[in-house]
Write a protein that binds this ligand. Sequence first.
Ligand code: PMP
Length: 398
Amino acid sequence: LFQSVEMAPRDPILGLNEQFNADTNPQKVNLGVGVYYDDNGKLPLLECVQKAEKQMMEAPKARGYLPIDGIAAYDQAVRGLVFGADSEPVKSNRVATVQALGGTGGLKIGADFLHLVSPKSKVLISDPSWENHRALFSQAGFTVEAYPYYSAAKRGVDFDGMLTALNLAPEGTIVVLHACCHNPTGYDITPAQWDQVIAAVKSRKLVPFLDMAYQGFGQGIAEDGAVIGKFVASGQDFFVSTSFSKSFSLYGERVGALSVVCKDKDEAGRVLSQLKIMIRTNYSNPPTHGATVVTTVLTTPELRALWEKELAGMRVRIKQMREALVRKLKAAGVKEDMSFISQQIGMFSYSGLTKDQMVRLRSEFGVYGTDTGRMCVAALNSKNIDHVCASVAKVLSA
Ligand code: PMP
């Protein structure tokens, strides 16, 4: 049976991690990851999470099966966070929300459902995009193509290219859009450009699928979520996947969601019934712990305030690292203007370094980023930044 099974290519990021772990350079720095570390280089365990877990321990509960769509209070809290508890679509009960296994799970349930209702549609993702978008939608049965996004020459978004591609897309094309903190480039489009994207998507009758994996990591919870309000105001049906992996530092708990905004309550009920079949036939129902933690934090005013403070702390530290990077690269002798790094947003920076330069950074200096030049700014700290800047300066000078 397995004789003809071929070895699948290795996940490039995991391969990089293995190489990093085997590196004996005492100054090695891993900027290849997609994870936020604190200034001590540690994965944070948020205080709001610890407090919620303490509360949960004090009133231990048996772990029965959850409903297929997850904890009702969790789904409600997600809707509140993403759309606003008093927003029209939430009050009209026209948003179908299901608990999912991280943001990936939300995307996958959405992809499977879309393949059921629109199997011939194409999927458009940004060029470049998060590695898994292409694989996930291909695996769900779609042909996946890309719309222009990053322009190395512009050091930013090729917005004209993006808009042209959307305006040429056939009706029914599914368009995956990063709601904020674009991974991997760190370049987001402006609110005015969002208006143009929304108008194009609406007039071409495309299906928008917003991937919101970093709400709160860019400008703030409300600011990063503002694009959702714009889509609601445009009166279209759309999909939103949510991830709490980063914003709660709960990577391993797999806490996320999928929300589908429908025309009315009746439609949302029918959509929800189909989403439940996708879940039931894949893993039956989701796990309890992570979603209970997130629900407790989001619905307990003191814990919610603490979370917002801790999330702001992560956001501010990333910004400080961006600014320090620009300053210290200059001080280390880099002649090029690197100020674009502080205009980027979220966990990642497209540094503009070539593949050869990234390879040299690894082999000569133990500084690990991806071959595309992506570096995780959220893994920089006050102890490793000088080594990173000195290494980048050396690689850029020769
Ligand atoms: N979308 C994007 C753009 C991401 O960067 C990530 C995580 N790296 C995800 C989705 C998946 O998030 P999760 O880990 O919650 O599945």
